[in-house]
Design a protein around this ligand. Structure first.
Ligand code: ZN
Length: 379
C-alpha cells in the first residue's frame, strides 16, 4: 500500500531503548534533514515530561526549537503533569533549512479536519494555501478500536480518494512513536507536529485542526490540545510554523461551514467506533443534531443513514437531553436549545432514555457514584 519506503531513525538508550523511526514513501526522502533531531525530540518530549526524565541528544537540534522548548514549554509541562521540570540537552544547529513551501494538514475527514481544508485551501494568501493532506500513523489508530488495522486501511483509502478528487497531494507518514510515547490521546498535538517535523525541507506551514475552542483555553495534563495554541507556538521553528486552526469557532459553526462545502457531502466521516458513520454513537449523533438544526440532513444521505435517524428521531432527541443533563456533554448542551425550539420536548422519550441511561450506569458504577454524578449534574 505504501510502495517503497524511506526511513529516518535514531537509536535510543536509557529506560526505553530501541530504534525510533519515521518512514515515508521514497519520493519524500529528499525532505528529511539528517543533520538535526528535531522530530525525535518532539516525539519523546511529552512522555518524558510526564515521567520527569531528561532528554540528551548527540544529534543537533534547531536553535530556536531548543530555546523555546527549554525556556517556555518544559516549565508548563512540569506544571500540568505535576512533575519536575525536564531539560533537553543537545548541540544546537543555527543554519536555517530551505523548504519546498508546502502547507499541510491532517485528513481524517472529521468535522475539524474538513473545516481546515474548507477554510485554508483558497485564502487571499497563496503561500498559506493547503497543498498536502496528511495521514500520520503516530498512535491514533490504536485508540479504543476493535480493529485498528481495518480502521487504518479505511482512513487511508478515504483520504487518498479525497485528495485525488479534490486536487491535493496525499502524504502518509508511519512511525513507531507509540512504542515510546503511548499516551496518544493526552498529547497527540505534539506527536502530529513531530511527524510533520520529520520532513522539515517540505513544509513551511502546518495546520493542526483543533477540537478545542480558544474560548475554552486552559492548562491541563489530560489533553494538551486544550492549550495547543501555546504548545504549537513553542514548537514552531524558523522554517516550519504550526498553526492551531478552527479554534475561533464552535463545532456547530464548523458544521455550518461544511454544509456549504460540497466535498463534505461525500466524505464526512466522524465515527470513532466504526469505519462508516454508525449514526448512533455520541460523535455521529452530535454531528446529526447539528445537520438537523441546519436543515441539511439530506445533503449527507450518502454518509449517514438519514432515514434511520428520522425513524428514531424522538429517541435521539431525548438522548441529547439526557447527555446534556447527566453526562455534561458540552456539545449536547449547546445543541439542545435549538432542537427544543425546533421540535419541542419529547417528554415520554426523555423519561424512557433517562431510565435507560441510569440503568446502563448502574451496571458500570456503584449506586454511590451515580448519586454523586446526578447531584453534580444539577450544579
Ligand atoms: Zn458512530
Amino acid at each position: 500500500m505504501f510502495g517503497e519506503l524511506a526511513k529516518i531513525s535514531v537509536i535510543l538508550s536509557g529506560e526505553k531503548a530501541g530504534e525510533l523511526f519515521f518512514e515515508v514513501g521514497l519520493e519524500y526522502a529528499k525532505y528529511f534533514a539528517v543533520d538535526r533531531a528535531d522530530c525525535f525530540v518532539l516525539a519523546l518530549l511529552p512522555q518524558a515530561a510526564m515521567d520527569g526524565v531528561d532528554i540528551v541528544s548527540r544529534v543537533p537540534v534547531s536553535e530556536r526549537l531548543l530555546f523555546q522548548i527549554n525556556t517556555f514549554l518544559c516549565g508548563t509541562l512540569a506544571e500540568v503533569y505535576t512533575q519536575r521540570k525536564i531539560k533537553i540537552t543537545a548541540p544546537i544547529v543555527r543554519e536555517k533549512l530551505e523548504n519546498a513551501g508546502a502547507v499541510g494538514t491532517g485528513i481524517t475527514c472529521g468535522v475539524d479536519s474538513l473545516y481546515s481544508i474548507a477554510e485554508y485551501s483558497k485564502t487571499p494568501f497563496p503561500s498559506q494555501d493547503l497543498t498536502h493532506l496528511c495521514l500520520f500513523n503516530v498512535g491514533s489508530h490504536n485508540i479504543g478500536l476493535d480493529a485498528p488495522k481495518e480502521m487504518e486501511e479505511f482512513r487511508v483509502d478515504l483520504a487518498k480518494r479525497f485528495c485525488k478528487k479534490n486536487g491535493y497531494e496525499f502524504l502518509r507518514i508511519n512511525s513507531n512513536v507509540h512504542d515510546f510515547s503511548p499516551n496518544y490521546a493526552r498529547y497527540f498535538t505534539v506527536l502530529n507536529a513531530a511527524a510533520a517535523m520529520a520532513l522539515p525541507k517540505l513544509f513551511s506551514s502546518y495546520y493542526s485542526s483543533s477540537g478545542c475552542a480558544v474560548s475554552e483555553f486552559h492548562l491541563t495534563g489530560t489533553d494538551l490540545a486544550h492549550f495547543e495554541i501555546f504548545v504549537l507556538d513553542c514548537l514552531s521553528t524558523e522554517h516550519l510554523k504550526f498553526y492551531s486552526t478552527g479554534t475561533e469557532v464552535s463545532r456547530f459553526e464548523k458544521v455550518k461551514t461544511l454544509s456549504n462545502y460540497a466535498p463534505s457531502y461525500e466524505f464526512l466521516n466522524v465515527c470513532n467506533t466504526h469505519t462508516k458513520n454508525c449514526g448512533v454513537c455520541v460523535k455521529c449523533l452530535r454531528t446529526l443534531y447539528a445537520l438537523d438544526i441546519l436543515d441539511v440532513l439530506d445533503k449527507y444521505s450518502s454518509v449517514f443513514d438519514v432515514p434511520a435517524y428520522r425513524k428514531r428521531h424522538s429517541c435521539f432527541l431525548a438522548q441529547c437531553w439526557v447527555r446534556k443533563t447527566f453526562a455534561k456533554d458540552i456539545f449536547c448542551k449547546k445543541m439542545w436549545p435549538s432542537l427544543r425550539r425546533k421540535y419541542g420536548i419529547p417528554v415520554w422519550s426523555i423519561i424512557r432514555e433517562s431510565i435507560r441511561f441510569v440503568r446502563s450506569r448502574v451496571k458500570i458504577y456503584s449506586f454511590a457514584y451515580i448519586r454523586y454524578r446526578l447531584q453534580d449534574a444539577k450544579h
